[in-house]
Structures are given as C-alpha cells and as structure tokens.
Design a protein around this ligand. Structure first.
Ligand code: MF3
Ligand code: CO
Length: 249
C-alpha cells in the first residue's frame, strides 16, 4: 500500500533530507587516502545527531551503523570497519538515512579518491545521470515503470549493467515503504504516479555483470564478477508544482 504524504509531511521529509544531504557532503569533503570506513561512519552519525535527528539505518533489521560505505566492487550495504582504509583510486559509495520529527529521508553518492580509472569516472557519471533521468520521469499520471526504464535505458546505452537484486522504495514514516522501484523495466508497467508520493530512487550500476553475491557478514552485496559498482540515490516528492528533490543541496 502506497502512503501519500500531505504537503506538511513533505516539509518534514525535506528537513530530514537536508540533513542527509549535508551529512554526505561533509563526509565527501573529508575523504582522503588512509581514512577508515568506520571513521566516515562516525562523522556521519555525529553530524546527524548534532541536527537533533537520528540515523535511520542504525538498528534497522539489526544493522549496526549510521551509514553504508561500499567500496569498488561492493554494490550496497558495505559495513563500516575500523580496519578498512580507503586508498587512492578507490570509488566509495556513501549511503545515509536520517529520521527527524517522525519522517525519514535517504540518499547516496559515490566519490572518487584521488585519481581513479577512466572507467570508474565514466561509471560514476553515467550512474548519476541515470538518477537524474529517472527523476525527470516523476510526473503525475505516468507509470512508475517510466522511472525504472529511464535508468535501464541510459545505463545500458553506455554499456554498463543495472543491478537487479536491489530496488528503490517509497519512504516516509518508514524507511522502506511501497512501491518498490526496480532499476529496470517497461515504461508502461507499474503503479501510476500521483501527487503526494515520496520516492527514494537509487540506481546501482556495475561495469560488468549485474548479478550479486552476499558477503559472509550477511549485509554487503558485491558484484559476482567483482567489477566496479556505483550508487546514487535521492529522495524526491511529487508535489502540486512538480517533482521536488528533498536530498539534493
Ligand atoms: N539506501 C539503502 C536502502 O534503501 C539503505 C540500507 S538501510 C540498512 O536499502 F539499514 F539496511 F542498511
Ligand atoms: Co534507499
């Protein structure tokens, strides 16, 4: 069941969304070789709490951290670790959720550490553009499949693959609400978009195979062929005057 949000509720999600956007920006500015993924997580958690919000992910189905930090072939749900140091040439996906005044927002960005390969740069650029193409499709009366299809078409046109094992989602009082938002599909399929929907759209894209393995920690998804993967996510709302991005600064 899709829960539509009133304008006052969307304003509250926007407050959480700004905190998420700022947390990711702050983490991105501090990234440098030698930093551990656990340190990044602590910066994020401290920032969220400084804003009188709480980290949405901590405690969600037993997940123990404020953020997911996924390096290189890790697709999503990378777990912060004090022995995991980022290094020159890595790509680092930072996924953050914040909860304030009863509402969640969720976003992710992939950052390059120093000089990265041409392929890594291209992957990041295409994935971010795929997110924007998807957001452009968020208009009343369109099927949700148009959003999914926009991601798949842009990604595959550039020779990359969309991850199929993880999806975007509705968001509001709960971190994950209906509808599920696959990153592939037919434009005419799916539920019809309407005012009041709030969606976390999150293309995950790999250079090679789209299939994933789950690491032994039970959380972290990696590409089966260990090819690089990028992840960009925004929380957007369908308002009377069009789509509004609640996590982009
Ligand atoms: N953006 C990710 C998602 O929507 C965040 C995972 S939340 C976690 O699935 F708590 F499960 F880590
Ligand atoms: Co999400």
């Amino acid at each position: 069941m899709i829960i539509l949000k009133r304008p006052e509720e969307i304003e509250k999600i926007a407050v959480s969304g700004r905190i998420v956007g700022l947390a990711i920006q702050l983490a991105g500015e501090r990234l440098r070789p030698g930093v551990t993924t656990r340190e990044i997580d602590i910066w994020i958690e401290e920032f969220i709490r400084s804003q009188e919000a709480t980290p949405s992910f901590k405690g969600y189905r037993g997940y123990p951290y404020a953020s997911c930090i996924s390096l290189n072939e890790e697709v999503v749900h990378g777990m912060p670790a004090k022995n995991r140091r980022i290094k020159e040439g890595d790509i680092v996906s930072i996924d953050v959720g914040a909860f304030k005044d009863g509402y969640h927002a969720d976003a992710a960005r992939t950052f390059a550490i120093g000089e990265v390969s041409f392929e890594a740069k291209k992957l990041m650029e295409i994935t971010f553009q795929a997110l924007d193409k998807a957001i452009e499709q968020v208009t009343p009366k369109k099927p949700l499949g148009a959003v999914s299809h926009a991601i798949q078409a842009w990604v595959e046109r550039h020779g990359f693959s969309v991850i199929r094992d993880y999806v975007g989602h509705g968001i509001g009082k709960n971190l994950h609400e209906d509808p599920q938002i696959p990153n592939f599909g037919e434009p005419s399929n799916g539920t019809i978009l309407r005012e009041g929907m709030v969606l976390a759209i999150e293309p995950m894209v790999s250079v090679g195979d789209w299939r994933t393995d789950l690491l032994r920690n039970g959380w972290t998804a990696v590409t089966m062929d260990r090819s690089l993967s990028a992840h960009f996510e925004d929380t957007v709302a369908l308002c009377s005057n069009g789509v509004r991005n609640l996590t982009r600064l």
